[in-house]
Design a protein around this ligand. Sequence first.
Ligand SMILES: [Zn+2]
Length: 271
Amino acid sequence: MRMDTLKRAIGLFACFMLLSAVPFGAMAMPEWTFPLSPEIISNREGYLTLANKEVLLSGDYEPDDLVTLTVRKVYTGMQMRKAASLALEEMFEAAEADGCILYVKSAYRSYQTQKTMYSNRVSSMGYDDGLVQKPGASDHQTGLGCDILNLEWTRKEKMNKDFAAAKEAQWMAENCWRFGFVIRYMEDKEEETGIKYEPWHLRYVGKEAAQYMYEHHQCLEDFTADWQGYLADWESRGGSFERLLLQLNQLNDVIVLETNDEGEEELSIFY
Ligand SMILES: [Zn+2]
C-alpha cells in the first residue's frame, strides 16, 4: 500500500516535470487553437488528400491498404481504403435501419484506369467535355471516394443531379458526416471544386474532419484552404508544426491514461 503511494507520488512528480518542461522548451510556440488536432491536420493517414484539376496525384499514387468492399455493390471486387470500407459498413447499416438501401456504383480507380476512361471519353466525344476527370485529378484515385446510389439509379445509364431528390440521397446528405464522409461535389461549390454537383459522390475524410466540414459547409478545397491558412498564420507567429507533432508524439509515448479499480481515469507514466 505504501509502495503504491510512493510509486504514485514519483509518477506524479515525473509527470509534473515533463509537462512543465514542455511549455518551457516551447516558449516561443503559440497555442494551437484550430478546432482539429495537429495529428489530423498532419494528414498522416492521407484521409485529407486532395485531388483535383490543379492538384494532381502522381501516376504511382496507390494506397497500400485497399480492401475489397463488403457492402452492397453493383460490381464485385470493388476496392477502397480500409478505413473507408469500414465506415461504409457502418453507414449502410444505419441507412438501412432508416429504410434507405444503398449501393456502391464505383469505388477506387487506379491512375491507369482513369487514363483509359479519359482517353475513351475524349476520343468518343472528339474533345474533352469535362465529364471524365483527367488522370491524377480523380477523387476515386485516393481510394477514399465512391459513388453511392439507390437501386433505381443503379439501373440508369447515366447519373445526374436529379438523384438528389431521392430519399437515399437526402439521407446521405444529412447523415454521411457521422460516418466520416462528405458530399465531395456540393451543389453550391461548383466553382471551388471545378466539378458539377454530384449528390452520389461521397468522400471519406475521417469523422472529425467530416463533422467540421459539414458544420462549416466546406468542400475539400475550402477545408484545405482553411487549415493551410491557419497553419501558415500559426507558423508566422513562431509555431513549428514539425516540433509540435514531435512533442505530441513524445507525450503520447510516455503518458497513458489508465482506469483504476474505482473506474476513475488516472495518468500513468512509463519510462
Ligand atoms: Zn465519383
